[in-house]
Design a protein. Structure first.
Length: 270
């Protein structure tokens, strides 16, 4: 039984060997028949070159080196030293052309940037400063006997297109510290505001808020505040008298003391 099994294994082994030998012979036969086509295919695909490159054999294993640049002798450069041009000295007029004690003429700048700047107009200090004008304001002073005396002062105030408004606004702000030291006061009620001012003919229509109606100094206080306003407004030559308005309306009397304001008041009204 054992001898039979060994014979079966041998016969199977021989059959397998014969099969593989026959297959190899067939493959070799096919390879020989198609050798020409295989050579053409290998030539078209550069198979030999690829194999040589990957295996490290052959003469073209590395890419050809880049062509070396042709050496050129450098052109000798002579170093130059840049020296800034000397500043031009200002030219001064000869001594004999300048009279004794006269100021030397100003010399314009020589460099181009400064020359450009000198052609640019510049505002002088007087042009840059705010315009001012002399205003005539009326305040009052109480003498030692208790008599209220009107006092006119001259003051520099800002100048604008509405000089009457500027003068009355300065009056309503009251006296300055220097004027207070001279014992000047204002009888215009604190908080009075000038709402509008308009000149028609020779009459100035001055519209105040309601605060202007009340003065705690009594009849003399009302007369004093009216004098301050009328004399300040009539300091302009185009204004002869003043019509007082309260909140845009005309009233016959100022306060409860009965000071009449129903018509324009001039300096002769006091």
């Amino acid at each position: 039984m054992a001898a039979r099994k060994r014979n079966d294994r041998r016969s199977g082994s021989n059959a397998g060997t014969a099969f593989w030998l026959a297959a190899i012979v067939i493959v070799l036969f096919i390879f020989v028949l198609n050798w020409g086509k295989i050579q053409d295919t290998l030539a078209r695909t550069n198979f030999h070159e690829i194999v040589k490159t990957q295996s490290g054999t052959g003469t073209d294993t590395k890419p050809p080196p880049a062509a070396a640049p042709i050496p050129v002798a450098p052109t000798p450069v002579t170093p130059t030293l840049t020296v800034p041009p000397p500043a031009a000295s200002p030219q001064v007029a000869p001594p004999e052309s300048t009279p004794p004690g006269a100021a030397s003429p100003r010399v314009s700048a020589v460099s181009p940037p400064a020359a450009e700047a000198s052609r640019t107009p510049r505002a002088t200090g007087s042009a840059q400063a705010a315009r001012t004008r002399a205003a005539s304001l009326s305040f009052v002073r109480i003498d030692d006997d208790g008599v209220i005396v009107r006092q006119e002062v001259k003051r520099q105030i800002a100048d604008s297109d509405s000089p009457l408004l500027d003068s009355l606004d300065a009056l309503l702000k009251g006296p300055t510290e220097d004027e207070i030291r001279k014992k000047l006061i204002s009888l215009v009620p604190e908080g009075t505001k000038l709402l509008s001012a308009q000149v028609r003919g020779s009459t100035a229509y001055l519209n105040f808020n309601e605060v202007f109606m009340y003065n705690h100094y009594g009849i003399e206080g009302y007369a004093g505040q009216l004098k301050q306003v009328v004399y300040t407004a009539t300091s302009f030559p185009t204004v002869q008298d003043v019509q007082i308005l309260i909140e845009g309306e005309k009233h016959d009397y100022l306060g409860g003391e009965g000071v009449y304001i129903g018509k324009p008041l001039s300096r002769n009204s006091f």
